[in-house]
Design a protein around this ligand. Sequence first.
Ligand code: FAD
Length: 398
Amino acid sequence: MKTDFLVIGASVTGINVARELKQRFPDNTVAVIDKENGCARHSSGRNSGMLDAGFSWPADSLKARFSRLGNQQLTQYCESNRIPVNKCGELVIARDEDELSVLDDLQRRAEGNGVKMEQADPRSAREIEPRARVCEQALFSPASAAVDPVAVMRQMEQDARDAGVRFYYATSYLRKAGDEYITTLGTVQAGYVVNCAGLYADRIAQEFGFAANFRLLPLKHSYLESSDVPGAFRTHISAAADLSGSYPGVHIALSVDGKARLGPAVKPALWREQYHGAEGFQPFEMSRVVGVGLGQMFQGGKEICKACLQRFTGSAHSRLLSAGNRLAREIRAGDYRDWARPEIQPQLVNTETHRMVSDFVIEGDSKSMHVLNTVSPVFTCSMPLAQHVCDQIAAVGR
Ligand SMILES: Cc1cc2nc3c(=O)[nH]c(=O)nc-3n(C[C@H](O)[C@H](O)[C@H](O)COP(=O)(O)OP(=O)(O)OC[C@H]3O[C@@H](n4cnc5c(N)ncnc54)[C@H](O)[C@@H]3O)c2cc1C
């Protein structure tokens, strides 16, 4: 195969990058390969479908830049393609008096990011979400919403095909051989490679000489699904204190049809796609992942141990329920028995600072570009992120 652009990964990042490339370079050929039999078989098809409004991310981050814009662009995209959007909004609460100052900080952060947040006293918060447990104050984000990620991905893939992007499924990228690329389909001659391989993006980037200071820790996220009727909650609910750091804590997320999920429970996965037990066991990957995890905890000392502990201790069913009960009334064990399909985040650790990387990372040169650490909320950010990746490609002279 010969192509001007080769994109690895038929998922929300890869498909948006491919569409954007085809729009900017209509005379060039753009091919997308994916090792699976169809698009969005990993994070992009498994996530909660929340459209993040962008109020909580640090002002200087790519996440802050792209989530507000991505929320607007994706909402518009869904509306113009008649894909349902649940415009439920998000109520951010203070759970106790200590969290009131965090709520103020969050409001300042939202203002800095240009995101509208409405003040809500306990009475108006009750009108927005009767079940929320509010201590004195809450904030309401009207732009937060929910979509069906699989429906969005199907439409994006079809649009890319209509624009002339070619898709090759069941085709794994294997390795580089000089200026050619070996895949399970055969050798590809490509003018430029864009690596959007999610859980494998770091490995491919390292082969090209990038991502030298990063190691990947696959983190499995699971949500409890509520058997309550749709509409039992009216909005997403989260706690200000859990949003003030780089990683969201336990929250209640609504789906496009109004069903509630409680989570996430976070655990390390032993290999990159360890969704269920020993299915797809990868002994080599497991030894690397365990080595990276232990090595970073040992070298990073208190900092990384604390970050890991904070994430993993909240993961048991009972702890998740008690965290849920601090957010809303009547979270009963009987209504939260079933786990939704788990998802795995390609979390990067910086081997120099021994810290988990919070923001997206983009590295590349005139031959290839690598999109790394595509953690939440990449789904929301995908359209402006793809535009940014293509700006980077233009900037390096392609
Ligand atoms: C529990 C959870 C909930 C989330 N909820 C939200 C949310 O509500 N809102 C939001 O905005 N974001 C959310 N996210 C984040 C979002 O889902 C992901 O960040 C996003 O989907 C990542 O997309 P991606 O295209 O980068 O990667 P992926 O979707 O993982 O795609 C990578 C693709 O590359 C392919 N690939 C890998 N290696 C190769 C290879 N060697 N050859 C060929 N193909 C290869 C894979 O098969 C895959 O299709 C959530 C994340 C988690 C963990």
